[in-house]
Design a protein around this ligand. Structure first.
Ligand SMILES: C[S@@+](CC[C@H](N)C(=O)[O-])C[C@H]1O[C@@H](n2cnc3c(N)ncnc32)[C@H](O)[C@@H]1O
Length: 265
């Protein structure tokens, strides 16, 4: 079962914002005029990047009156993109301090500090009162959280009646063992990848209703092809997490899956 310390160690990376700015400079983009869209190739840590974030935002039916919770927000890339696209307020929470530090700095550069708030903490014990948010999303985080029922009941608690929770995770749909390392875990010990039904059972047990389900394998296949066109070949005998994931998805063992859950009004 993944432990908090192991997950933080897996994702740790000091001075992420600095490294992102260096990559932007190498691409000929200056710090001034940085926007969430410009940052997206560097701060969206899920398959499909900004395209997938926009798809989730559209399916959530967000508007400027909504307050959105981003569970496991990483460095805040998706939170900033959604804030700018929809005008809504976004609060993100993530276990990894380095990601939150970078996210706060990137918010400042994007002048989004008033609209996007990022806090370090666990999805299983969130520092928010009951019925605080109209919408919640969680992008590629559940693969690190074994306690799916604890996760679902905590999100259910902080959602307002009528609220919607979007989950976009890699889920197990085939029968083969997963070939680690994966982007979210070096070994099976840090992974909690599960079939869609495990998420659905946990959500129903917490009080949610399932409103829709989407298999995004086709969109992901195009995303993998585009990235692999320019990605350098790995050195011999060096495992490549991204290539491993692409193989798991194209072979039908893992599926990028979106599940939308509703809390009764
Ligand atoms: C693959 S990244 C995705 C980040 C972000 N959602 C995105 O799409 O850019 C997974 C994130 O989940 C976070 N995470 C894992 N377990 C968590 C937990 N129990 N509570 C909060 N965040 C968690 C990690 O720290 C990491 O930032």
């Amino acid at each position: 079962m993944p432990k908090s310390d192991d997950i933080q160690a897996h994702y740790a990376g000091a001075k992420l914002a600095e490294r992102i700015f260096r990559s932007l400079e190498e691409a000929g983009i200056s710090r001034t005029g940085v926007t969430p869209e410009v940052l997206a190739p560097f701060d969206e840590f899920h398959v499909g990047g900004i395209t997938a974030t926009a798809r989730v935002a559209d399916r959530l039916g967000l508007d400027p009156a909504h307050h959105l919770l981003d569970v496991g927000c990483g460095a805040g890339g998706p939170a900033r993109v959604v804030a700018v696209r929809t005008g809504c307020q976004v609060t993100g929470i993530d276990l990894t301090p380095d990601f939150i530090d970078a996210g706060v700095e990137l918010n400042r550069f994007c002048e989004l500090g008033d609209q996007v708030t990022l806090t370090q903490g666990s999805a299983l014990d969130m520092p928010y009162g009951p019925e605080s948010f109209e919408r919640a999303m969680m992008l590629h985080v559940g693969m690190n959280i074994a306690d799916k029922t604890g996760l679902m009941s905590e999100v259910y608690r902080v959602l307002k009646p009528g609220g919607i929770f979007a989950v976009y995770d890699m889920m197990k749909v085939g029968t083969a063992a997963v070939n680690f390392p994966m982007p979210w875990a070096s070994t099976a010990a840090v992974s909690a990848v599960e079939p869609p039904q495990v998420y659905i059972d946990a959500a129903l047990a917490s009080g949610f209703r399932l409103s829709s389900r989407h298999d995004e394998t086709k969109a992901a296949t195009g995303f993998f092809r585009k990235i692999l066109e320019t990605r350098p070949e790995p050195a011999p005998n060096t495992p490549d997490r991204f290539r491993n994931l692409a193989l798991e998805v194209t072979s039908g063992n893992l599926a990028p899956t979106e599940l939308y859950f509703v809390k009764a009004a």
